[in-house]
Ligand binder design. Structure first.
Ligand code: PFF
Length: 441
């Protein structure tokens, strides 16, 4: 009934594509400001615990669904639980990935803009005020962000049209090793700045007095976002994998993703402290603080600073692309499986829909900034809805489905027994407790 699916070339390609999805804006843009808002090293420790004890088992739940069914989340649930409400989970996952893709490409557009400026030498940030003014015009005007957004979305669409092997696989194989190398270079530069030591100690000295239920919930939410969970992406990519080693694939993805987030933290925080800035700046941290700090350094070391700026914003751009294509593919795969569209037609459909919602998200920093949904602008609403609720709900539901409705051990043998126990007995109550206590606190 379904045309034969394209597959990844091998296990390495599957793992690199998963790592590409996981390593993204969440690591370079979101993780450092979450660390800054939630007290540094203690947050990192909680984050790592959440990633290995909760996120990894959820990753495996999604992978099992993709492996056993050979389909994306909606068709998978239709097959694994025929005529039941579980298909609603599959649909919710596809909708979540579409919403995330829409606002994600807006930030992707900002990274295009900053990268182009860093190459053209038009960043010219000489004071904190000019850094804010720059971010204001990159995010808050109309033509500039919309052009960059369309460009970013266009590149993602081209990679998707090329297909699983020639598009996603090739891109991931090039971008992931490059990303690690580039981020290490920026980290070395950042740590060597005068005054950076305070930033390093902020990242290694935990202050557990700052930890409460809402911080744990934020760490868990950040971990789900970073590992791309709860939206059926892992289901989709695993349905393209020929091999069965999902446990090692999950372990590698978690290690790569966590390592990269920590490296990015060391690239950003020491620079923030070196520039005498506050780590709690929130979402603008990377787009305002870093250009300011690198701009200050340019006075003494123009060449180094210029190169570091270019490499840093190129890393953000590459990381954003490797993740946006995974969200894009999740939606395209659904349109191909469910609506029987060709890859080209499905890509065009997703491109148009994502562009429309993305334009609204982008304009919510400018002309539409007064349009509020539950007190948030459109971008903030899409971000909160997915990161705080839909992903958590999706992750919880995938774990419950696999833990309680599937015969898991057949798929992964003895190692699976440990994870099966976690998925069945530990993960759902842990997510529920953390989630509820953060809402009630
Ligand atoms: N993991 C990506 C990041 O850290 O930026 C974001 C993401 C990608 C979330 C793919 C969900 C997803 F399916």
């Amino acid at each position: 009934m379904f045309p034969k699916k394209e597959k990844f070339g091998g296990k390495a390609a599957y793992i690199l594509a998963l790592a590409g999805s996981a390593i993204g804006l969440g690591n370079i843009w979101r993780f450092p400001y979450m660390v800054g808002e939630h007290g540094g090293a203690a947050f990192i420790i909680i984050y790592i615990i959440c990633s290995f004890l909760i996120s990894l088992p959820i990753f495996l739940s999604e992978a099992v669904i993709g492996k056993v069914s050979g389909h994306g989340s909606y068709e998978a649930m239709k097959r694994l639980a025929p005529n039941s409400a579980w298909r609603g989970l599959g649909m919710m996952a596809v909708i979540s990935s579409f919403i995330i893709l829409s606002f994600y490409c807006v930030v992707g557009g900002w990274s295009v803009d900053y990268f182009v400026r860093s190459i053209a030498g038009t960043m010219s940030v000489t004071s904190r005020e000019s850094a804010s003014a720059l971010f204001g015009s990159v995010a808050g005007s109309v033509c500039e962000p919309l052009t960059a957004h369309l460009f970013f979305l266009g590149i993602s669409a081209v990679i998707i049209v090329l297909g699983v092997k020639k598009g996603i696989e090739v891109f991931s194989k090039i971008s992931i090793p490059l990303l690690f190398v580039m981020m290490v270079i920026v980290t070395v530069y950042s740590i060597s700045l005068p005054g950076a030591a305070e930033g390093v100690s902020y990242l290694v000295r935990p202050d557990f007095s700052k930890i409460d239920a809402s911080v744990v919930a934020s760490a868990l939410g950040q971990s789900f976002f970073s590992m791309s969970l709860g939206v059926g992406m892992v289901v989709t990519y695993t349905s393209y994998s020929k091999d069965s080693g999902i446990v090692s694939a999950g372990a590698w993805t978690t290690v790569f993703d966590t390592l990269f987030a920590v490296i990015a933290g060391f690239a950003v925080m020491p620079a923030v402290f070196a520039g005498g800035l506050e780590p709690e700046a929130g979402p603008s941290l990377v787009f305002e603080a870093l250009p300011y700090v690198f701009g200050q350094m340019a006075i003494d070391m123009p060449v180094f600073s210029r190169i570091a700026t270019i490499i840093f914003f190129f890393s953000i751009l590459l990381a954003a692309l490797s993740s946006s294509i995974s969200l894009f593919e999740t939606c395209v795969n659904h349109a191909m499986e469910h609506n029987k569209f060709s890859r080209r037609k499905a890509t065009l459909l997703v491109l148009v829909l994502t562009w429309v919602l993305g334009v609204l998200c982008s304009l919510s920093f400018g002309p539409l900034k007064d349009v509020k949904i539950f007190g948030e602008n459109i971008f903030g609403f899409c971000d909160e809805l997915t990161s705080n609720y839909l992903m958590t709900l999706g992750a919880l539901a995938f774990a419950i489905f696999v833990g309680w409705r599937m015969d898991w051990q057949k798929v992964t043998g003895s190692v699976g027994r440990f994870f099966h126990f976690m998925i069945k007995w530990i993960v759902p109550p842990a997510i529920l407790t953390i989630f509820l206590s953060s809402i009630l606190s």
